[in-house]
Write a new protein. Structure first.
Lengths: 284, 291
């Protein structure tokens, strides 16, 4: 009874926090959706139309851009987790010098994404450090193209470098909750290193792995600055294409269509993730 | 004699323990070296590029610049807006942190301590600024801001940065409020504690570690926020990220960009070593571990 009386007051107290976020994000989602159908248009007349959608869907560039962004999102999320997982396992056990190692590893977390992009560009550009060293060592005869390359390795590399500590922090917490007893029991029953890794650590850390993968995907898929610095000229990432569409061509309505596609894809991936997480947790 | 006798008696598990410890030390050393290269070399390259002497340019076959000078630093401070951008960045960030703390506090308290219907959905809504692709929000929020006369204004930028830092603040502080044992509050109430005393002696001390972590996250987010600042603030207001972006776009000037990059990351790295002990992984994991 007491609770019910307060509920309205409680909801009102949510206004400055949740309400603030909902107002700004909600209005921008609404505007994106409305403009993609030609409503609330800032250029030209406002009237309901499907022509923007038709124009975007028919353009070959849109499909290429979407596929490229998806590819970058998936590769970045898998790559970061693959790099971070062994480190997280290592951090589970104490040892001398771990504190210092932890500080060094966290440095990229504090380096802004754009700076990280610049730092890595110095390494992987056509005449950058990696190519110079490999040429000196006679491992390659010609400098390799790693920046603004067609495939997007430069983007993936920057994403991994920048987000490794972020993912590591999440993975470390989920691995720390695995108890020694479980591992000792497995050892007593004759489990080797590999089966401990794949049948205890990986399944028990799965919620953490999934969350970090999804957060990485969202970051890498919707990113703008890293794509525009290190991404290929063609296909441009979908967020870059949307920005060009709006600011360079002043086709705000078509940019809105691209925006809706980005939002829908992101939400779809999150939904798929939450279904998968339920599935994984159901097995326990 | 006694020493040798003890050595002979050393049981097997002690030896194994020693061997294990040595193995871990070697492994730590290995990871430290790998990380020093992984993190150190990119930073070292930027330092070298920022010290290139314009009279003796550094070009491809040379592994190191032929001579060093501070000419690039002088140039950047003399002819670009970096000083003003630094001021803008570091005046927006504390305001945004403060505003996101004040605005989120009631939410944190309710979400952490009260049972209300729909809490799960609210926790998801809170994550929207992180989930939503930055450029989409930036482009279309700029239209909303323009309607309210907030675009190209300092207050608009503070609001935008507050919005981006809020998810971290709310998630971390909600977890902090949740972890206060109800017994403590009940005991205080039984002993006649007023609301003011409860806030001063229970809530504030117990959420302090979380508050620090949340403030650090919000601060970092504000310092490196690019999308919204780029769309809403440029060209009236430039922050360090937007200046750096302008050096990396059509006219890519590597030496200037490295100066700006170093200016941008040095305070952050100093902050890392100052605040590292507050930045326990449990906060981030507890706040973002569940969607």
């Amino acid at each position: 009874m007491e609770e019910n009386k307060h509920t309205l007051l409680h909801y009102l107290m949510l206004l400055p926090g949740v309400g603030f976020i909902l107002m700004f994000i909600g209005s921008s989602i609404f505007l994106t959706l409305a403009q993609s159908f030609g409503l609330f248009s800032i250029t030209g007349r406002s009237a309901f139309t499907l022509s923007n959608w038709a124009a975007i869907i028919q353009a070959r560039e849109s499909v290429d851009s979407l596929m490229f962004s998806l590819k970058m999102g998936i590769l970045s999320s898998i790559g970061t987790v693959l790099f971070a997982f062994p480190l997280a396992l290592f951090f589970r056990k104490g040892g001398a010098g771990k504190g210092m190692l932890g500080s060094i590893i966290k440095v990229p977390l504090f380096i802004p994404a754009l700076v990280a992009a610049f730092l890595i560009v110095n390494l992987i550009s056509y005449h950058g450090l990696v190519n110079s060293v490999l040429l000196r060592l006679n491992i390659i005869q010609q400098p390799m193209r790693m920046l603004n390359d067609r495939f997007g390795w430069g983007v993936v590399f920057i994403q991994i470098w920048k987000n490794l500590p972020f993912v590591l922090l999440i993975l470390m917490a989920s691995i720390a909750s695995i108890r020694d007893d479980t591992i000792d029991a497995a050892k007593n029953l004759g489990a080797g290193y590999w089966s401990i890794l794949f049948r205890i650590f990986v399944p028990l850390a799965m919620p953490g792995i999934l969350v970090s993968m999804i957060l990485m995907f969202i970051k890498a898929f919707g990113d703008f600055p890293i794509f525009s610095v290190a991404g290929p000229i063609y296909p441009a990432a979908i967020s870059v294409r949307m920005h060009i569409m709006a600011t360079l061509y002043q086709e705000w309505d078509q940019a809105a269509v691209l925006g809706v596609i980005i939002i829908v894809t992101t939400f779809f991936v999150i939904w798929a993730y939450s279904r998968f997480a339920e599935l994984v947790q159901g097995e326990e | 004699m006694r020493v040798r006798a003890e050595q002979q008696k050393t049981p097997l598990h002690v030896l194994q323990e020693r061997r294990r410890r040595r193995f871990y030390l070697m492994l730590t050393l290995f990871f430290v070296i790998v990380q020093l290269i992984w993190v150190g070399i990119p930073i070292l390259m930027a330092v070298m590029w920022s010290l290139v002497d314009p009279k003796n340019p550094w070009s491809f076959p040379n592994m190191f610049p032929p001579s060093f000078s501070f000419a690039q630093w002088e140039y950047v401070f003399k002819y670009t807006n970096i000083a003003r951008a630094l001021r803008t960045s570091y005046s927006i960030a504390p305001l945004a942190v403060l505003l996101s703390f004040v605005l989120s506090l009631p939410t944190d308290y309710i979400m952490g301590r009260k049972k209300i219907p729909g809490k799960k959905i609210f926790m998801l809504v809170v994550l929207l600024p992180i989930i939503m692709p930055g450029m989409v929000v930036a482009l279309f929020l700029s239209r909303v801001f323009a309607n309210f006369g907030l675009s190209q204004s300092f207050f608009g930028l503070v609001l935008a940065h507050t919005l981006m830092g809020m998810p971290y603040m709310i998630r971390v502080l909600t977890t902090s409020f949740q972890s206060i044992p109800q017994d403590v509050i009940d005991a205080a109430e039984n002993l006649g504690a007023t609301t003011f005393v409860k806030i001063k002696d229970i809530f504030l001390p117990m959420i302090r570690p979380g508050l620090l972590a949340g403030m650090i996250f919000a601060f970092i987010v504000s310092i490196e926020e690019f999308n919204l600042t780029f769309i809403i603030g440029t060209p009236t207001f430039e922050t360090i990220p937007t200046i750096l972006f302008s050096f990396m776009g059509y006219n890519f000037i590597r030496t200037n960009a490295s100066v700006v990059a170093l200016i941008m990351m040095t305070p952050n790295i100093i902050m890392l070593f100052v605040v590292e002990r507050f930045l326990k992984s449990d906060y981030l994991a507890a706040s973002l571990g569940k969607m």
